[in-house]
Design a protein around this ligand. Structure first.
Ligand SMILES: Cc1ncc(COP(=O)(O)O)c(C=O)c1O
Length: 433
């Protein structure tokens, strides 16, 4: 164990015991911290739950945040704090706090703001587990939850006018229907009615959109997805003003969804390549969407870069690019969708999104399994909807594979050889959102 340094001499100060027992010496030998006076190029993994202090008074001061420092892993950790600080910088935020998962981050943000008797107005187009958390956790604890179509600003205004509202909640690009929320308009409405505007920015990442700059008060993100980017780590983060994030931190200390330092290290490594990945995801998704839209067996495609996207104008204003997420509907409905997924050979047959590899899922049976038919319809999720998280593979390979799968699913396709070059859409010129 490293000897505390700078310890104040006290009246009872006596020479320390020289350990002789094997167990004591082994513990001390295995805990000698190397002194490194050269800065490493990567943030070290501080795989330690506990941090020593000079004396009992300093430990108390650190633990109660009277002075900066570390005491216990649930409260803070240098690697985790470095990850949070990096995300805060990229989101243009004063502060950030990291969580073990994206759901932990959403729970941290909403749990900080909502009390029994409060009301939240939330987007009806959201990740299924978010909806489940709102109803099953906050609803059970006495929070009134109302859902609204956030693309209908008159409906949002009417919902906010109906009763006092603590939180207005939306996703920048919704899971799975790719609805784009107009943050400037929604933040303006929320503030006019005294509500806090909270945004899930997972599908966009700060490379495509920084909701705080558009008026949002708190932003939650599943760092499991694009921020980390490789489907090998779970993490979440909440960013916002120092005062709000300080309250989120206090809530997390009491509820305990702390991020592990090794996970923080992996997530931070992902941040370094976020720009490159988002550019490539966006270009490939725009090309694939435009190609899909031209296929006779495909009834509908949603991607923010498509001129046909209902919120294309908002996306063009608000997003740097269209992002890597798209949704589409096959003429043959659910059966055709399942046959399509089963016939693909390049995408992984798995859940999640925002990874190096392409993932095609059927939301009604996976990410939104908690929703009954009425809730699925209200959320715009039709039985045959497919969601695609476009990876970093070569676009021509993906188009060839999708063409094969469309044929197998019984849909008529145009030849895969007509695939455009990367970033050059086949049809309906996508603007660079
Ligand atoms: C939009 C969105 N928000 C939050 C989450 C939850 O993230 P996590 O799985 O890291 O808890 C997900 C997960 O898919 C998501 O899609």
């Amino acid at each position: 164990m490293a000897e505390p340094t700078g310890r104040r001499p006290s009246a009872g100060d006596i020479a320390p015991v020289t350990p002789r027992g094997f167990a004591t010496r082994a513990i001390r030998a295995a805990h000698r911290i190397p002194i490194v006076d050269q800065p490493p190029t990567s943030v070290p993994i501080y795989q330690s739950v506990t941090f020593t202090t000079a004396d009992a008074a300093e430990l108390g001061a650190v633990t109660t945040r009277q002075i900066a420092g570390y005491s216990y892993g649930r409260l803070d950790n240098p690697t985790v704090a470095a990850f949070a600080a990096a995300v805060a910088e990229l989101e243009g935020a004063e502060a950030a706090f990291a969580f073990a998962t994206g759901m932990g981050a959403i729970h941290g943000a909403l749990g900080t703001l909502l009390s029994s008797g409060d009301r939240i107005v939330a987007t009806q187009a959201s990740y299924g587990t978010t909806r489940a958390q709102l109803l099953n956790v906050f609803g059970r604890l006495g929070v009134r939850v109302d859902f609204v179509d956030v693309t209908d600003l008159a409906a949002v205004e009417a919902a906010l006018a109906l009763a006092p509202t603590r939180v207005l909640y939306a996703e920048t690009i919704s899971n799975p229907t790719i609805v784009v929320a107009d943050h400037a308009a929604l933040a303006g409405l929320a503030h006019r009615f005294g509500a806090t505007y909270v945004v899930d920015n997972t599908f966009a990442s700060p490379y495509l959109c920084r909701p705080l700059e558009l008026g949002a008060d708190l932003v939650c993100e599943s760092a499991t997805k694009y921020l980390s980017g490789h489907s090998d780590v779970m993490a979440g983060v909440v960013v916002g003003s120092a005062s709000l994030v300080g309250r989120v931190r206090d809530f997390e200390v009491d509820t305990g969804a702390s991020l592990d330092p090794h996970a923080a290290f992996l997530a931070m490594r992902g941040l370094s390549t976020l720009a490159l990945r988002m550019e490539r995801h966006s270009a490939t998704a725009a090309t694939l969407s435009a190609w899909l839209e031209a296929q006779p067996g495909v009834t509908r495609v949603w991607h923010p870069a498509l001129a046909s996207h209902p919120q294309h104008a908002t996306a063009a204003r608000q997003l740097a690019r269209g992002g890597g997420m798209l949704a589409f509907e096959l003429a043959g409905g659910r059966a055709a969708g399942e046959a399509f997924i089963d016939s693909l050979s390049i995408p992984a047959r798995t859940a999640s999104l925002g990874s190096v590899f392409t993932i095609v899922t059927h939301p009604p049976s996976t990410t939104h399994r908690q929703l009954d038919d009425a809730a699925l319809t209200a959320a715009g999720i039709t039985p045959g909807l497919l969601r695609c998280s476009v990876g970093l593979e070569d676009v021509d390979d993906l188009i060839a594979d999708f063409a094969r799968a469309l044929a197998a699913a019984g849909s008529v396709t145009t030849p895969a050889t007509s695939s455009p070059a990367l970033g050059e859409p086949a049809r309906a010129e996508p603007t660079p959102v």
